[in-house]
Design a protein around this ligand. Structure first.
Ligand code: SF4
Length: 391
């Protein structure tokens, strides 16, 4: 927030300096006169927040009075950051917005007033504010592998990048028959869409089954607290009758309804066992913390695809094929470290993409320049001739 106030002051000092008369004092200059560098545990954070919040409020009130038709651009950004990051309590004091207060999702939350499109992102243990680069390359054993697509995106699920990647590769007639992707890009709906729309077989691990994990080292994945505690009913404990459009629970109750979601192009089914059925159930503690149990699962076609994919993952050939995907990690290193891809030279999503494309081209040129002609005619120029041209 301090940076956002500073950005407004810079803009107003340039375009309408009279607004700052009798407002900006020596203390303001101390607070906002240079780039903010906070350590991980700044002193007096609550007092600092309170002070900056009051400054921001006063500044915005002045700007509203001076520009009744619409505040300057940075003032709008400051207002958005205030709404997204802080709350005003009953006594008019500013305090940081917590998860309990309902923070906006990271895909819409502004992190910097100077780079409003950048978003906070997390992949595994790595966290950053900025953009994502999705790189696609060939993986032929006998040829030099080249990058065929690079996509730049803001914080979002990796799987959301796939439709765009496939559409661009299709336009360039570069669509592969099989596309190896890591687990972040796979979803059963994505597998189905790639096969139906582009005839591309996605090869990648689907998330594991939500069956209770009986091995103590296995990571629990489930949708209910009981299931996460490894002592409850997961989806696999229910018998799904796709033809009858009904589900039978472990207590022998048959689901009360069956709903395809979304209605236009269903990808999953929702069923519910109502409070009348669950109220008398002796197993309820193992099944649901509430008065009823809901269950979500893929539609019949997607369910079969999911089952097949999980079975394929156990196959040695599938694992060997998927093993080729490990080369992608080297390419990511090449982009991020070899070509400083983790630092943007420009601001904004569009310009960041302008950086990513030549980076991918440079990598391709580097790789192809190492390839020797098949006929053995390659003769590297002697070192001497580079220094002094022949007479
Ligand atoms: S709580 Fe409801 S859904 Fe769960 S086993 Fe009992 S009757 Fe079936």
């Amino acid at each position: 927030m301090t940076e956002a106030v500073r950005a407004v002051l810079e803009e107003v000092a340039r375009d309408a300096p009279e607004v700052l008369d009798e407002l900006v004092t020596a203390e303001w200059a101390q607070r906002y006169g240079r780039p903010v560098r906070l350590c991980s545990q700044p002193g007096h954070p609550a007092a600092r927040q309170e002070q900056v919040g009051n400054d921001a409020r006063e500044l915005l009130q002045r700007l509203d009075a001076r520009f009744p038709g619409g505040a300057p651009a940075q003032a709008k950004v400051l207002r958005t950051i205030l709404v997204q990051h802080v709350l005003v309590d009953a006594k008019g004091r500013f305090r940081p917005r917590t998860m309990r207060d309902g923070r906006p999702p990271s895909r819409i939350q502004i992190e910097s007033p100077y780079e409003t499109e950048a978003r906070w992102t997390r992949r595994g243990d790595t966290r950053w504010t900025g953009y994502l680069a999705h790189v696609t390359e060939t993986c032929d054993d006998k040829r030099i592998n080249v990058i065929t697509d690079v996509a730049t995106a803001v914080s979002s699920a990796d799987s959301q990048a796939l439709p765009g990647i496939h559409a661009r590769l299709r336009r360039l007639r570069l669509l592969p028959d099989r596309h190896l992707v890591d687990g972040g890009y796979t979803s059963v709906a994505g597998l189905d869409a790639a096969a139906r729309l582009h005839r591309v077989t996605l090869i990648g691990p689907l998330p594991p089954s939500t069956t209770p994990q009986h091995h103590p080292a296995a990571p629990p994945r489930s949708t209910t607290p009981q299931h996460r505690a490894n002592d409850g009913f997961g989806r696999e404990n229910f018998i799904i009758g796709f033809d009858q459009r009904e589900v039978t629970c472990p207590n022998g109750q048959v689901s009360a309804n069956w709903q395809d979601l979304p209605v236009a192009e269903p990808t999953k089914v929702a069923v519910r066992f109502d409070a009348r059925q669950c109220g008398r159930c002796p197993e309820r503690a193992k099944c649901t913390p509430g008065p009823f149990r809901s269950l979500y699962f893929p539609t019949h076609r997607l369910h079969e695809l999911q089952t097949k994919n999980r079975a394929d993952q156990q196959d040695a050939d599938w694992r060997r094929l998927y093993g080729r995907h490990s080369g992608a990690e080297g390419t990511i290193e090449e982009v991020a470290d070899g070509h400083r891809g983790h630092r943007c030279r420009y601001r904004g999503l569009a310009k960041t993409h302008v950086q990513h494309v030549p980076t991918a081209l440079a990598i391709n040129v580097e790789r192809l320049s190492l390839q020797e002609p098949d006929d053995g005619s390659y003769r590297p120029r002697p070192q001497d001739s580079r220094q002094s041209p022949p007479q």
